[in-house]
Write a protein that binds this ligand. Sequence first.
Ligand SMILES: Cc1cc2nc3c(=O)[nH]c(=O)nc-3n(C[C@H](O)[C@H](O)[C@H](O)COP(=O)(O)O)c2cc1C
Length: 361
Amino acid sequence: MNAYDLAKPYLFRLDPEKAHDLVVRALALASRSVVAPRVLEYLAPAPDPRLEVELFGLRFPNPLGLGAGLDKNGVAFPALAAFGFGAVEVGSVTALAQPGNPQPRLFRLLEDEALINRMGFNNEGAAAMAARLGRLDRRDLRGRAGRAILGVNVGKSRAAEVSEAAADYRASLTAVWSHADYLVVNVSSPNTPGLRTLQRSEPLAELFGVVAELRAALGHKPVLLKLAPDLGDDELADLVATAEEVGVDGLMATNTTLARAGLRSSHREETGGLSGRPLTARALAVLEFLRGRTSLPIVAVGGIFGARDALDRLAAGADLLQVYTGFIYRGPALVGEVLTGITRELDRRGADKVMELSGRT
Ligand SMILES: Cc1cc2nc3c(=O)[nH]c(=O)nc-3n(C[C@H](O)[C@H](O)[C@H](O)COP(=O)(O)O)c2cc1C
């Protein structure tokens, strides 16, 4: 029994968003202390050089990252990194601060090991995040937090028309650019009206035209594109072709789904994006489809709940992995479980590097 197993029954009795805010506030507090992240690190699995992944000119200490949406404002990077994640993705942040949708907007589907959220990019805005990340002196971070990679995920402000999306992303990307190790253009949240229509060739070419200008003006950064699991094969194939053309550095598969098949929980009719266990099969299928068509790096996310899921994604050609809902249900122990599972597989196969498991060496 670990600390999270003790806290979980209490947290799961609270309203989901209250529980989330409580945990993020505690982690933000821990992040401001020098000692707390070092204490948390004791619980994390020991680093293993075989788990390192070199990608986009960055060295990820291991392939398992925390997905966007937990730390929307970038307040808890040191504490989250201390759990042993190879990367922590903060955001989605938008150019303008915004409150998001009315509450309730986050639902636990316990029987399905899932969540439905329609948060709607509640966040303090890109300028506030940039100021906060600017105060985070990465050179001062020791231990895990010093080595973990920091991703910043950017979404569209609700107030910006879809036709003005490129200007809005330009503003948010410009604000956070220098603070991120990599950036993600999120055009796949289901909770901002019209956002997913940006997952087409023309708007993507325009968005990544902006990215190219920022790379020229502010220095090269890896910029990834996060996709929805609800796209058909033809749409995915078109997106891959466009992504390769317009200079996308990597794909993220996937965001939450609008699908609702096979759910048992009473919250199954809530509007929003579904994540967790019910997404496992579809996220894997999208990954397999994408890997069949491109050698671009792919971050696998969606319904990863343990070592088996992680190994399946690597076997399907994922370069990196992320968890969100699995982390809510399993707690920080999930990090150790996944990484130990990968290490055991490396032992079994006599492999030297995690990338050998995905055939990506
Ligand atoms: C409450 C909640 C908020 C989220 N917010 C964001 C977000 O702001 N930006 C984003 O790109 N993805 C967001 N996601 C999606 C996750 O990053 C992830 O892609 C998705 O949940 C699938 O992974 P999972 O099944 O491991 O949760 C959110 C997910 C949840 C559950």
